[in-house]
Write a protein that binds this ligand. Structure first.
Ligand SMILES: Cc1cc2nc3c(=O)[nH]c(=O)nc-3n(C[C@H](O)[C@H](O)[C@H](O)COP(=O)(O)O)c2cc1C
Length: 334
């Protein structure tokens, strides 16, 4: 089994899984702007194992694991690994899902979500709730490991209600995992407060004390590669995963480049919206793109005015009309 978590040059940089954000479309947009060597791993949105194993339910979930051929090409060109993230609470469903992913899809890794804090998911005993049920967490990890021929990692938090980094990360480290990705918050913190990087650093200390090879990847509030490098040096970890930072700067993984011009920003917005439309058509609500508009329409004169108009857009043709009024003609790429 090729273990890219260990093979990749350190520090390892990863784009975090984000629901309704890191679909094949946005990953392709980010990859298209990334210089090879700056980003090593990207993730899908989390996909539910019960849904994926259900003959009818599968249809509702499978889009989360869709990979466009154009994204595939960029992943290869830029040597970036793609990880499918899955969640659920039943080991047998994880086993079935891992078999399906390994036999029918082309992923480099599988990640178990043991971090999502959302109450309706926690109620099902899944994601961050697994921090409170370590025996079930072990069963799930084993079910995945026994049914996968690609590396199985875990993305988690430093505790559920209380911080229990030593106990919980120590437990995970007993499972021969190639990587543990640690978001430095508890479930009860949700996305509030600051991620605790001193707790994340304990992951590296525990790993060394246990003499394991597991890559420890830190996550929480990081906004640049420079900050990631600094965190890796000072916190004895192997890499950093960045999530919301990409909302501030989609060019984050190419720090060498100059501030993009207004035309470059609007072109990327158009690329994103048109690829979204081509990929999903009517199967996804165009409004999902709204959260992205402010990424692109910012930091230039009257950007707020354009943004306000874009927030009202109903479809791709409408975006084009708004651009026309603005005096911008995008190049058709997709
Ligand atoms: C909109 C959104 C969706 C998210 N969806 C997922 C997900 O599907 N799986 C997951 O493990 N974490 C998910 N997260 C959490 C992020 O992966 C990450 O752990 C968190 O945002 C902290 O990192 P950051 O400060 O770099 O954003 C999501 C976060 C956001 C903001």
């Amino acid at each position: 089994m090729t273990n890219f978590w260990q093979q990749t040059d350190k520090p390892l940089m990863a784009l975090a899984p984000m629901e309704e954000v890191t679909d094949t479309v946005f990953r392709e947009i980010v990859l298209s702007q990334t210089v090879p060597g700056n980003l090593h791993v990207v993730y899908t949105e989390f996909a539910n194992t019960d849904g994926l194993c259900h003959p009818i339910g599968k249809e509702k979930v499978i889009h989360r694991l869709q990979v466009n051929p154009s994204e595939r090409k960029l992943l290869k060109e830029k040597n970036v690994k793609l990880v499918a993230q899955i969640w659920g609470s039943k080991p047998e469903k994880y086993a079935e899902t891992c078999k399906m992913i390994c036999e029918e899809m082309d992923y480099d890794g599988i990640d178990i979500n043991m971090g999502c804090p959302v109450p309706k998911i926690v109620k099902q005993g899944s994601c961050s709730k697994l921090i409170t049920t370590p025996t079930l967490a072990s069963e799930i990890i084993h079910a995945c490991q026994e049914n996968s021929n690609i590396p199985v990692s875990v993305k988690t938090r430093i505790g559920f209600k209380e911080v229990i980094t030593e106990e919980w990360i120590g437990h995970l480290l007993d499972h021969n995992l190639p990587a543990v990705l640690i978001h430095g918050r508890t479930q009860s913190m949700m996305s509030e407060g600051l991620a605790d990087w001193n707790e994340i650093a304990k992951g590296g200390i525990l790993r060394d004390a246990k003499n394991k090879k597991t890559a420890i990847i830190g996550n929480g509030d990081v906004k640049s590669i420079a900050e990631s490098e600094e965190k890796c040096e000072t916190h004895n970890i192997d890499g950093v995963m960045i999530g919301r930072g990409i909302f501030h700067n989609p060019w984050l993984f190419t720090p060498e480049r100059e501030e993009p011009t207004q035309a470059e920003k609007l072109q990327l917005l158009w690329d994103h919206a048109s690829l979204f439309d081509k990929t999903w058509g009517d199967t996804k609500n165009f409004r999902q793109l709204r959260r992205f508009f402010k990424i692109y329409a910012s930091n230039f004169k009257d950007a707020g005015v354009l943004r306000a108009a874009l927030m009202e857009s109903r479809d791709l043709a409408h975006v084009k009309d708004i651009f026309k009024e603005w005096g911008f003609s995008p190049i058709e790429k997709y």
